[in-house]
Design a protein around this ligand. Sequence first.
Ligand code: HEC
Ligand code: HEC
Length: 340
Amino acid sequence: MRIVAFFVLFFGLIGCRESVQPTLVDKPVEVRRPQSFPPFEFPADNRPTALRIQLGRQLFYDTRLSSSNAIHCGSCHVLSAAFTDGRATSPGIAGIAGRRNAPTLANVAWMKRFMMEGGVPTLETQALAPLHDSLEMGTNMMRAVHRLNEDGDLKALAKAAYGRDSIDPFVVTRALACFQRTFVSGDSRYDRFLLGQKDQINEHELRGRDLFFSERTQCGSCHGGVFFTDMEYHNIGLYAVYSDEGKARATHLPGDVGKFKTPTLRNIQLTSPYMHDGSIASLEEVIAFYNRGGEPHINRDVRVRALQLSKQECDDLLAFLMTLTDWNFVQQKDLLPLER
Ligand code: HEC
Ligand code: HEC
């Protein structure tokens, strides 16, 4: 009798362990790149694999990364809004209003520096910012990893993905970055048009495109290239007096007051409200703002000045901006939380 009980117990335990921690086998993954995008190298210590991306995906939507246990990265970076959140500034824990408008995370793999004043050099280090910011997630990395390590399945996944015995800050920041580098958006109507599908864009939109890239508006000189950003910092005269000093917060130089990283205009139709503080509600109003030429500010870029665009020209510009939406991107199921 005792022997039978022993076997039942013994095999029962083995069976049980196996179901909790199945052997996870990882494999390299190739992140697809639209034809027109420049090649991109993943960092040597964070090459993409199926399990790294899966771990990053789980962490991106994990509320254990916030002290209130109520928000995750995806609370402010919502896929259907191209990873923005539709709010002027994002409330963090306890509903305290944040300072800035959540930017899109589309194509972050190609961005050179992060945050609107460019204070963060890599996507790996960027994840530390919301985790420590009391207005956003308000927890800190050591507390977060402690909580995550209580989860055996997650630990097994982290071990298979990065070869570490426990979940540590290295694993969390790299997995989050690895997942975010799969946010690739380059399939708008305008992209298809550039690849030769001429019927994707109508006359009205073409006139808008010509205006956008013209000497007259200079829009394309800052919002140029495949990502519709020069990745530089400019003051566009949004205010005569800035309460958020932008780049000067990082450099403390008076000449940098009011300078912000040029935002990409890909998916711009989906990412309202606009500007660093979400102060402009619609694209029509953004265009009206540029048409007026901005507020007087000593650092205002000379390219921003009254444009004298007619109503028709404003409409054309708007129509062009609407061709930059990638509807497939915002419906990509593998960017949503894993279904359980
Ligand atoms: C409470 C809302 C909120 C939460 C939660 C949040 N973010 Fe953000 N995120 C923002 C805002 C606002 C900014 C702009 C901050 C700035 O530039 O000063 C931002 C900026 C970023 C950027 C920089 C993008 C760029 O182009 O410079 C990345 C990347 C990012 N967040 C990823 C994450 C990740 C990963 C998490 C989860 C660990 C996260 N965010 C959680 C609101 C949020
Ligand atoms: C001197 C460079 C420059 C020029 C010229 C310029 N922009 Fe911008 N644009 C910026 C910067 C920088 C911001 C962010 C400013 C801020 O948040 O304070 C911005 C913001 C925007 C936004 C809001 C983006 C978002 O995600 O919030 C839109 C839309 C836009 N610009 C469209 C245009 C159009 C259309 C033109 C031409 C009429 C134009 N821009 C000309 C640099 C420029």
